[in-house]
Design a protein around this ligand. Structure first.
Ligand code: NAP
Length: 524
């Protein structure tokens, strides 16, 4: 079966042999995709000419109602999304829930907070600026929904959430969307878009999907468009430096990979509640979605004297978890997404092993439960311990996108900060400590190079939202290597889809213009 593309308000199959999507457990071929022969320039123009104006006729509140209907349509098909997550991603029910339920929750969240906005079609920012002695000539800053199209180029690991976390704020802003999911897992995103289209919620041109190669898509984006990319740092660099993107100063938001870390404070003794909480978190991060989360803990920074005890505790927990075919209810850890990712993980793991001791797993000949190891794409969870600390060659630079984490010992706070910052910009760091001074000094030392810092002490206990869990009310993104992008953070996400401009003119006219604006302060 070939999945058709939906562009210019109609479904159409791409040409050629296309790309096959496979089941990462059985190796079975599922469906094929292709973008060959699709007129991508016309697709973007249709979205700008039809989808955008129809969306912008509505107020923010009316568009929030559309999001609520989308969330309903998606929730009604949740079981099918779990099935596709199983066959195309090898997802356990917990893995599928993280992506699919996270997607539906995010859509509902934006519907709810969007409804709370005052009626209006544009945002007004700040107070009037006095520009003349008599105040008859003044300035006012506004933020206008862009009249272009939002192009989403997404990563393979979150076909549901990655789509919805971008779609919700764009549509709420009044900007039509064109999504290009990552090829290996395009089926789930495709099905979600199909369900939204079938439900007849959005005006023609407001939503489009292109499956397969992006081909020359970036060659057709224009100054009023926005490109939102999620994926590896290497592809991010290609997108950012695309000649047309540079020439037309197209706004680009990049969410890339990240060597996130979790930190155990020097005050935490082995076997205490906080010690056990971090052990649990590291194991959860390594195994959920087989470690294929951009926010996953890759480096665990532990006081040197606790390294052995921490390694033993994580090892004990990992060894009790069944890795294999998620159709077996005993299985807790599924495969990576395909053979190519498996090879990439094993290659990366081999490099990490050159400079680390293996504490658990990482056997390339490992036999998964209920699966043929030659046909499937499993990576045995691996816990390593760095021999070289800050001087390590790969630990701080190489993202092994699978169930792999490395312990790194530290002796002093200065060294801890240096190792954390060596990630060169990350999505998230976690600090587990009951010492408020240590936590404060650590946050002050690393905050500028991280999008999010999760702080857990014994009072918070189990109530924290999780190192790897992105909540729509808080910022997602990170500087430097993590791409420098910003997403979510509640209504602040709308700013990406608006353009700031100032009107300088007669006070009376500007006051009249302001009347159909929502105060931008209500976004924060
Ligand atoms: P990827 O190989 O970089 O691909 C990402 C997307 O870019 C795919 O849709 C891919 O399409 C497309 N693409 C590739 N080359 C392109 C080009 N020259 N022009 C336009 N589009 C192009 O990443 P991935 O393997 O799918 O995802 C895993 C990576 O994503 C990991 O490094 C992970 O850390 C990162 N990630 C980051 C976040 C975050 O929020 N920061 C979230 C999730 C994942 P095809 O699939 O068709 O090649």
């Amino acid at each position: 079966m070939r999945l058709p593309n939906y562009v210019s308000g109609r479904w159409g199959e791409g040409l050629g042999s296309g790309e096959l999507l496979v089941d990462p457990v059985t190796g079975d071929e599922l469906v094929s995709i292709s973008s060959e022969g699709m007129d991508l320039e016309a697709a973007l123009q249709f979205a700008r000419a039809h989808g955008g104006p129809a969306l912008r006729q509505l107020t923010y509140t009316q568009r929030a109602d559309l999001l609520a209907k989308i969330a309903e349509a998606l929730a009604a098909n949740r079981d099918e999304y779990f099935r596709l997550s199983l066959v195309n991603l090898g997802a356990t029910p917990a893995d599928a829930s993280f992506d699919v339920d996270g997607a539906i929750y995010t859509m509902k969240y934006y519907a709810k907070i969007g409804r709370a906005l005052a009626e209006g079609k544009m945002l007004k920012e700040g107070a009037l600026v006095a520009l003349s002695k008599s105040n008859t000539f003044v300035g006012q800053h506004f933020l206008m929904p862009t009249k272009g199209v939002a192009v989403f180029i997404n990563a393979f690991n979150f076909p549901a959430w990655g789509f919805c976390e971008k779609a919700a704020p764009a549509l709420l802003s009044g900007v039509p969307i064109v999504v290009k999911p990552a090829s290996p897992t395009a089926w789930l995103t495709h099905r979600m878009v199909e369900d939204i289209v079938k439900a007849g919620i959005l005006p023609p041109g407001a939503i489009s999907i292109i499956c397969g190669s992006a081909r020359e898509l970036l060659g057709h984006v224009r100054e009023e468009d926005i490109v939102c990319f999620t994926g590896s740092a290497d592809t991010a660099a290609r997108i950012r430096s695309h000649a047309n993107v540079l020439r037309r100063s197209v706004r680009v938001n990049i969410e890339a990979d990240s060597l996130n870390c979790a930190i155990l404070g020097p005050d935490v003794a082995s076997g205490t509640d906080l010690f056990d909480l971090l052990v649990k978190e590291v194991v959860r991060e390594m195994t959920l979605k087989a470690g294929q989360k951009c926010t996953t803990i890759r480096r665990v920074l532990v006081p040197r004297e606790l390294l052995k005890a921490f390694g033993e505790a994580v090892t004990a927990s990992l060894s009790s978890m069944k890795v294999g075919n998620p159709r077996n209810s005993e299985v807790k850890v599924g495969p990576v997404v395909n053979k190519a990712q498996q090879s990439s993980c094993l290659e990366g793991l081999a490099k990490l092993k050159e400079e680390s001791e293996v504490l658990f797993g990482g056997d390339k000949n490992f036999q998964p439960l209920d699966a043929d190891r030659h046909k499937s794409a499993f990576v045995q969870p691996a816990l390593l311990s760095s021999k070289n600390g800050l001087a390590a060659k790969y630990v701080h630079d190489l993202e092994v996108f699978g169930p792999v984490a490395t312990l790194v010992a530290y002796d002093t706070r200065e060294e801890l900060i240096a190792i954390t910052r060596r990630g060169l910009g990350s999505l998230v760091a976690s600090v587990f400590s009951n010492d408020a001074n240590f936590t404060r000094d650590t946050v002050l030392g690393i905050g500028d190079l991280h999008g999010r810092v999760l702080v857990v002490d014994s009072n918070v206990g189990q109530e924290h939202t999780g190192h790897g869990n992105v909540v729509p009310s808080c910022l997602h993104g990170g500087p430097g290597r993590a791409g420098g992008g910003e997403e979510l953070a509640g209504l602040r996400a709308l700013l990406l889809y608006h353009r700031r401009f100032v009107v300088q003119g007669p006070a009376a006219g500007i006051t009249q213009l302001s009347e159909w604006c929502v105060d931008a302060a209500s976004l924060c």
